[in-house]
Design a protein around this ligand. Structure first.
Ligand code: FPP
Length: 250
């Protein structure tokens, strides 16, 4: 199925006010499952359906990029069984959804330290990224074994190597230089961060990238996240006055 490239609701929005890059902390899969007396993995599976809906929405609203926090560096602390099930779900998602993403001109990127994943999963990730690398529609970033602090550290390591090689002097290290080493620097800045599941924190998701992002929190558990709530988040974003450090306009 090709996702429709235009949503009728789009015409009611002034497109220059729409967010270009939305990032989501998908929280609440476990609680969603527990409330139904099911295993946590059932919540993750239902969460995957919500991922598909969110991607569909992002295409319809013509976002440049959608970034989803699928597995944090801290998630390795979960029981082995849950981790195994999540890895199976990622593999399954890559195998079964990549053609649909490709047909819809979506560019898939995985951000995070993928070295800790199995060889098979890493191969699958590289294959999927390569297949979709020339697509020009939505960029879909999946944060997997990702941490905002890890991201900054890997960027600092790149700069240290450049200094060691004499490409850069320590005095030349500034915001621009570090920014170029941080994940997703080539994409539109993150405009809006949504967190589901009722917690009001960032949990080591994008740290550098969200310096000026608007934040939207909802109690809705991730598997229940749908177009109505996504639209509410976008509407809230569009009503906010973004000042980027300037004074208020009143
Ligand atoms: C947080 O809910 C969710 C996760 C740690 C995993 C997110 C995974 C998916 C949505 C499914 C797969 C996604 C892709 C892109 C293949 P939680 O388990 O912390 O829930 P809780 O706070 O209720 O315990």
């Amino acid at each position: 199925m090709i996702l429709s490239q235009r949503n009728q609701d789009l015409s009611t929005f002034s497109s220059n006010l729409l967010p270009r890059h939305v990032a989501i902390i998908m929280d609440g899969n476990g609680r969603w499952a527990r409330r139904r007396g099911k295993l946590r993995i059932v919540g993750h599976q239902a969460g995957f359906n919500a991922v598909r809906r969110a991607v569909h929405f992002a295409v319809n609203y013509r976002f440049d990029a959608l970034t989803l926090y699928a597995f944090s560096s801290e998630n390795w602390k979960r029981p082995d069984k849950e981790i195994d099930s999540l890895m199976q779900l990622f593999s399954h998602a890559l195998n079964n959804e990549i053609d649909v993403l490709h047909k819809n001109n979506i560019k898939l990127r995985i951000i995070g330290d993928i070295n800790r994943f199995s060889g098979e999963l890493q191969k699958n990730i590289h294959r999927s990224e390569k297949l979709t690398s020339n697509n020009s529609g939505l960029t879909l970033n999946i944060a997997a074994n990702y941490g905002g602090r890890w991201d900054i550290i890997q960027g600092v390591k790149q700069l240290a190597t450049q200094v060691q090689q004499g490409i850069l002097t320590p005095n030349q290290i500034d915001e621009d230089a570090l920014c170029k080493c941080i994940c997703m620097h080539e994409l539109a800045p993150v405009d809006l961060v949504i967190r589901t599941g009722g917690e009001h924190r960032i949990s080591n998701f994008l740290l550098w990238q969200i310096a000026y992002a608007e934040l939207f929190f909802t109690d809705v558990l991730w598997p229940d996240f749908n177009d109505v709530i996504f639209k509410r988040a976008v509407n809230t974003f569009m009503k906010r006055e973004r000042r980027f450090g300037n004074s208020a306009s009143i």
